[in-house]
Design a protein around this ligand. Sequence first.
Ligand code: RIB
Length: 341
Amino acid sequence: MGNAKSVSVTDVAARAGVSLGTVSNVLNRPEKVAEGTRARVLRAIGELGFVRNEAARQMRSGRSRTIGLIVLDTGNPFFTDIAAGVEHTAAESGLSLFLCNSDEKTERERHYLSLLEEQRVYGVLVTPVLGRSTLIEDIRHRGTPVVLVDSGSSRQQCSVSVDDVVGGELAVGHLLRQGHQRIAVVGGPVSIKQVADRVAGGRAAFRAAGRDPRQLSFIETDALNVAGGRIAGERIAGMPARRRPTAAFCANDLLALGLLQEMTRRRVDVPGELAIVGYDDIEFAAAAAVPLTSVRQPRMQLGQAAASLLIEEVAQAETHRHRQVVFEPELVVRESSDAGE
Ligand code: RIB
């Protein structure tokens, strides 16, 4: 067994009795190499202890074979489902994935954007903390391709997103059709565009029903997580009965699960005393103690589409035309809001 540092592609080619190009094909495009030849090369690699030098390859090509994905919260299954979609498509092109968590903080986002640029990643997929980021524009102009994920964009940039205004309208329209008069939106901070769009959709549903959109109350939380949902539940439970909402539309499923947990702890019947609707339709929504009605986002497809757009942009280079892919959300009605529509 050779020392991995000293063994070269040339040594492998000589050992297997093939050309350097054949060894390269076995490493990068094995489907192009006859099975017998591929086996001979792989045997030589094993016998010599050859390890490909990714750093050297990156120096030659100028770019790594790794995609950087920056999401708002790796504790949210919505984003890990997106990452699974990215990884599925990336692997089909021989690419790997760096997953980074901005934790909904712009300074963390900037840190990872700079790190990924320095690492000369293949490209960056990012769910921006705020609508616009000058650093994203800067690294794009310096040559790092960037596709926005779960965020719309101008025609000058590729993006994949879901129409969250439609999603908010689906959720609140459903609660209005259930006969609810006092409906609250739970979620925040509203600086996150996905939240703002869902609230706007809820107000559009009120207008479509001939109701004053100002009657849609808003309970802002510090973060879009289970703890935020529990805190919202405490605030709802503390309201005078005549002002307390009979239905809550939560900006994501983690908030809805936290609200459901707090209502259950307080023995408040869901949906009888408080109907709850979430957003994302993560796996735990259907599995909740009271199965959660939710607005489904196509998470795997979002991730796959984002990775495909990035690979297309890199392959087409100067001829690439940016595309903005928008998916439609879907309302999935379950026991947490279903009094029979
Ligand atoms: O990150 C907050 C929310 O925005 C996620 O739950 C998902 O809905 C995303 O669109």
